[in-house]
Design a protein. Structure first.
Length: 318
């Protein structure tokens, strides 16, 4: 099974891996948003990150190999801290944003981070053309989503802009960690740092949100409510954090930051399609935006050269 998983992540085209990852993430995100009627977004984000970190610790057992994975210099610790804090607070601010904004709007605006990375690190004309077309698609989806809403939230807008900046930081620092030895173990240490920082602010609200439900809560007030919510957040953490972390490390190791960033432009389109299963039917304008993003990804990867070879990375081991 382990060898099969390694072959899957090393041999499947990175674009396909990105699509699969996006489907898993946004399906879990839509489920998590439904739970916001029971627990506020920020406490929900704390539970999500905590369970994802727990899964990584149980799987990787980093305490058995601290001497091998812990940095020996300050720069290494700074990269770990950048990765952990950007990842954890990216998810936190994203949950804060989708508490007041539609998921499609939030995902589209958040792409400002990967877009900035693509512009700064791109080296080929395909990436720049892809970026331009991707911007057109994202602007189209954003305009359509905003036009369909009665109002926008300034707090949600500020949160998603911050999340976008953190997403860009996550890509740069994640690429650095992915190229090093034992990337999954390093990711575990990085997220531990980020979760510790997040817990300073959200541990008590997270626990209190389950013990003392918010006024809008319904089934959480039932005797079976708290265990059910915790089980739900565990599933969300598995699908929206734990599995995507694994996907990202393999993808980042096999491709350049610029191409990784353009591939993330698939996200608004996938979020829109996932919304169909939750009663969100895209308009004609939405469809145009999705089409532009697909064209952008196609142009970016129209070269016969494999991303893995271009990035100079070897196969990744679990």
């Amino acid at each position: 099974m382990r060898n099969l998983a390694i072959r899957f992540f090393n041999d499947v085209p990175v674009v396909i891996l990105t699509v699969i990852e996006s489907i898993i993430i946004f399906a879990a995100t839509m489920v998590a948003k439904l739970a916001f009627t029971q627990i506020a977004p920020l406490p929900a984000a704390w539970w999500r990150v905590g369970f994802a970190l727990l899964l990584l610790w149980v799987w990787r057992k980093p305490w058995k190999k601290f001497t091998e994975i812990l940095p020996t210099h300050a720069r290494g610790w700074l990269w770990l801290a950048a990765l952990g804090i950007s990842s954890v607070f990216m998810n936190t601010t994203f949950y804060m944003a989708i508490g007041t904004l539609n998921v499609g709007v939030a995902v589209a605006i958040e792409f400002i981070g990967p877009l900035a990375v693509a512009v700064m690190t791109g080296r080929h004309w395909r990436e720049y053309v892809g970026i331009i077309i991707a911007v057109c698609g994202i602007v189209t989806l954003s305009w359509s989503s905003f036009a369909s809403q009665n109002r926008t939230s300034l707090s949600g807008l500020a949160a998603i802009l911050i999340s976008g900046v953190l997403w860009g930081t996550y890509i740069i620092s994640g690429r650095r960690i992915a190229l090093g030895g034992r990337p999954l173990d390093s990711m575990t240490i990085a997220l531990t740092i980020g979760f510790a920082a997040q817990s300073v602010f959200l541990m008590l609200p997270g626990i209190n949100g389950v013990i003392h439900p918010q006024p809008s809560a319904t089934w959480l007030r039932q005797p079976w409510g708290p265990p059910a919510l915790i089980a739900l957040m565990f599933c969300v953490a598995l699908c929206a954090s734990f599995l995507p972390y694994i996907f990202d490390l393999f993808i980042m190791r096999r491709t350049l930051p610029s191409k990784f960033s353009v591939m993330q432009s698939i996200s608004p389109a996938v979020a829109t399609v996932i919304g169909l299963f939750f009663g969100e039917v895209p308009t004609i304008v939405d469809t145009v935006g999705i089409g532009l993003i697909i064209v952008a990804v196609f142009i970016t990867f129209s070269s016969d050269e494999r991303a893995a070879g271009e990035a100079g990375a070897k196969g990744v081991q679990l």
